[in-house]
Ligand binder design. Structure first.
Ligand SMILES: [Fe+2]
Length: 277
């Protein structure tokens, strides 16, 4: 399924998120860059019409020029991820799509769901097919698209514990604080609070499979990041300090768009690549 999932944000979305997050208006961007208003409008509409202008805009918005150009050229997407122990479920929500993940320990066949998406039957049917008992449901955050099918998912599990961050508690769940630890069979799960997109956004770092995994919710996307609806600066800082410091081979499981990895995001994500060049 991961092969068919589109990149979540185009370069115009990245420009818009950065303008909002850094409180830079269109007029200020025109003044800062010397790019004409007409060219800026076209870039903001997703028309890759003027590469030198895009480079100026990138610089003014503290985006990596090379990575933003790659995004505008649509030449990059992360390598497909196939690893026993993790599967992605991508379901429609209004005019977009949202991900949920099933992660399990192949030795014990104990598993956990991360978010529900809008139709959790795909995930629960797959767990049943593979003989995985889903013992926990972890919420990355409580925006409706991520928890839309929580009641149904819960009802399909025999005995299941639900968890949410204490900064963003959800009724019927047990809450945890940062640095909590859980297990999924022999897999170890550690929690990091990666707030900024939401008040208690959580990244779950899971070790014990062939590669480590970080389920990041809407903190980061392949080639972008979630909107900093609560605080763009917190979102950026948490992504930089708590996600991009994980080992390069760590598989990133975002709430929207395809799976990616820490190493690929350090090289290709316009919000962060300049930090690692
Ligand atoms: Fe969200």
């Amino acid at each position: 399924m991961s092969l068919s999932i589109s990149i979540e944000d185009c370069f115009e979305d990245i420009i818009a998120k950065s303008m909002r997050g850094r409180h830079i208006s269109e007029s200020e961007l025109v003044d800062k860059t010397g790019v004409s208003r007409d060219i800026l409008h076209r870039l903001c509409r997703g028309e890759f019409c003027d590469e030198p202008a895009l480079l100026m805009v990138a610089k003014a918005l503290q985006l990596d020029p090379q990575a933003l150009t790659m995004s505008a050229s649509k030449v990059w997407r992360p390598r497909a991820v196939t690893m026993e122990g993790v599967e992605i479920f991508n379901t429609p929500y209004r005019d977009m799509r949202v991900n949920a993940f099933l992660i399990w320990d192949p030795a014990s066949m104990k598993g956990a769901a991360f978010d529900t998406g809008t139709d959790s039957s795909l995930l629960s049917d797959r767990a049943k097919e593979l003989g995985i008992s889903v013992e926990s449901i972890f919420l990355t955050h409580t925006h409706n698209d991520h928890i839309a099918d929580l009641d149904r998912l819960k009802s399909t599990c025999e005995e299941v514990s639900l968890f949410s961050n204490e900064l963003e508690p959800w009724p019927g769940t047990e809450t945890f604080s940062e640095d909590a630890q859980f297990s999924i069979g022999d897999l170890l799960v550690k929690t990091y609070t990666t707030s900024g997109h939401s008040v208690g956004g959580t990244t779950y770092f899971i070790e014990g499979l062939e590669r480590p995994i970080a389920v990041v919710g809407d903190a980061m996307f392949a080639g972008s990041m979630g909107g900093g609806m609560v605080s763009f600066s917190d979102a950026w800082k948490n992504n930089r300090e708590k996600i991009l410091t994980l080992p390069d081979e760590t598989i990133l499981c975002p709430g929207h768009g395809p799976m990616t990895s820490v190493g690929e995001e350090k090289r290709n994500n316009p919000f962060f690549a300049a930090e690692f060049r």
